[in-house]
Ligand binder design. Structure first.
Ligand code: PLI
Length: 463
């Protein structure tokens, strides 16, 4: 007789109404496809992918309520009813006063960077994100990483690896002067660290410190609800607090946010900028008409804004987030149990393989994470993404590869899309690659774009 279960199982809080068939390919086909794609999983065609864990961005399954909302899209050029629903939802759940819609997160980053950063400024943040840092640099600023050291150590079990090191932050402010620090760039559930949360106690301390110097905090709220879930799970005093209240408490400690609604808000496209300062809002409103569209649609259709408004409300439902993060943890625990090197603690939106420990025979300038993502695709048809030396790009001063401490492959889990069985198949595929890891070869560039090179770069294997 099989062992009785030690703990109670949980299940997804939804049932499936529509399905999309997926296609399995042969190893020989996949070898051809990845060569054609220059060993870059971004350049594969989606039809050639079996389980797509490239990203959780824009890949969510919308609810029936969101689809119903699409039918009441008000496609007026100006004053769409759906904009007011979006504004209402952001005010209700995040508490920011003024909202400027954008087509996705990086458009909001562009606007806030251009408005707040002057040439020669410094922007401290809890680890870089690719598009966020690029927009800060394009506006003339320099990003300074002030995350705690533990975040750069894949084996460190710190429960709040996105915390800001207050000494690093204050040292920077004292060194360059507060007038050269336009804002602190604070992200929740830090993506490049492995989906790691910031604690509310740390954020409160950051707030006190920055208020002393009159420096605002701009929040990358892309995965704020997921961060709030881990606060509820891990931070003392929050276990009984509703998730929505924790989200609100985080936002209330900051002065504005950029949002890629394509993640937490469970939509396929959309974003916004939200601020509390009315003057800044007016400037942002003026800028959005130049780059995105009128200030009541900002590059989104009315129906898309409605889906964001409804998705935002769903994102703070406890059962949803519990199942969402639970699925990621399920995949991570399996791999960890088999000794596959992953970032710990397991984060919220994906499992991050530690390519340095997975492929110790490769030098970082042979792009081990890029090579590993390609090998996983060849073996199984599972698509993952590099988050290491290729994503980090070159230092604008020296032109050298930045060689970040974290050299990772991200298995990103789309929300409400795959079942536990897909997670089982994925885990077994990774184990197979791990067993044959000595065969994975390094890569070199054959094409390297100037900006955000990871999206379009092409490689060949090094013999
Ligand atoms: O992809 P956008 O332009 O809607 O959002 C940019 C963006 C900003 N901040 C953070 C933390 C992100 O994760 C982010 C986009 N992330 C992508 C595309 C990802 O695959 O993680």
């Amino acid at each position: 007789m099989a062992d009785r279960p030690k703990k109670k199982s949980w299940a997804e809080p939804f049932k499936i109404k529509v399905v999309e068939p997926i296609r399995m390919t042969t190893r020989e086909q996949r070898l051809d496809y990845i060569k054609e794609a220059g060993y870059n999983t971004f350049l594969l065609r989606s039809r050639d992918v079996y389980i797509d864990l490239l990203t959780d961005s824009g890949t969510s399954a919308m609810s029936d309520n969101q689809w119903a909302g699409m039918m009441v899209g008000d496609e007026a050029y100006a004053g769409s009813e759906n904009f007011y629903h979006l504004e209402e939802a952001v005010r209700k759940y995040y508490g920011y006063k003024w909202i400027v819609p954008t087509h996705q997160g990086r458009a909001a980053e562009h606007i806030i960077s251009q408005l707040m950063i002057k040439k020669g400024d410094y922007i401290p943040g809890n680890m870089y994100f690719t598009t966020t840092r690029l927009h800060q640099e394009l506006a003339g600023g320099g990003f300074v990483d002030v995350i705690i050291d533990e975040a750069h150590d894949p084996e460190n079990e710190h429960p709040f690896k996105a915390n800001i090191d207050l000494n690093k932050l204050e040292d920077l402010i004292k060194k360059v002067g507060p007038e050269k620090v336009p804002y602190v760039s604070m992200a929740t559930a830090v993506n490049m660290a492995g989906g790691q949360p910031i604690s509310l106690s740390n954020l409160k301390q950051v707030r006190a410190l920055t208020q002393k110097y009159g420096i605002p905090i701009i929040h990358d709220a892309t995965r704020v609800a997921e961060n709030a879930y881990l606060i509820k799970e891990r931070e003392e005093g929050y276990a009984d607090k509703p998730l929505a209240d924790i989200v609100r408490e985080i936002c209330d400690l900051t002065d504005g946010c950029t949002m890629s609604a394509k993640k937490d808000c469970l939509v396929n496209i959309g974003g916004f900028l939200a601020v509390n300062d009315e003057e800044l809002y007016k400037k942002a409103q003026n800028m959005v008409v130049v780059y995105e569209g009128l200030h009541t649609y900002g590059g989104m259709a009315g129906r898309d804004m409605e889906a964001v408004a409804r998705g935002l409300a769903e994102s703070v439902e406890f059962d949803h987030i519990k199942a969402r993060v639970g699925q990621v943890q399920y995949l991570g625990e399996k791999l960890r149990g088999w000794g596959v090197p992953i970032i710990v603690p397991i984060g919220t939106h994906g499992v991050f393989l530690d390519a340095k420990r997975f492929l110790p025979h490769l030098d970082q300038d042979q792009f081990p994470a890029q090579a590993l993502a390609a090998a996983i695709y060849i073996e199984s048809g599972v698509r993952s993404m590099e988050r290491g030396n290729v994503s980090a790009g070159r230092d604008p001063e020296t032109g050298e590869n930045r060689k970040p401490k974290l050299e990772l492959v991200r298995l990103t889990v789309p929300r409400r899309v795959y079942t536990q069985a897909h997670m089982d198949v994925t885990a077994e595929a990774i184990l197979e690659v791990f067993d044959n890891r000595d065969r994975v070869k390094g890569l070199h560039f054959v094409y390297e774009p100037e900006y955000l090179r990871f999206f379009q770069a092409r490689f060949e294997e090094i013999d």
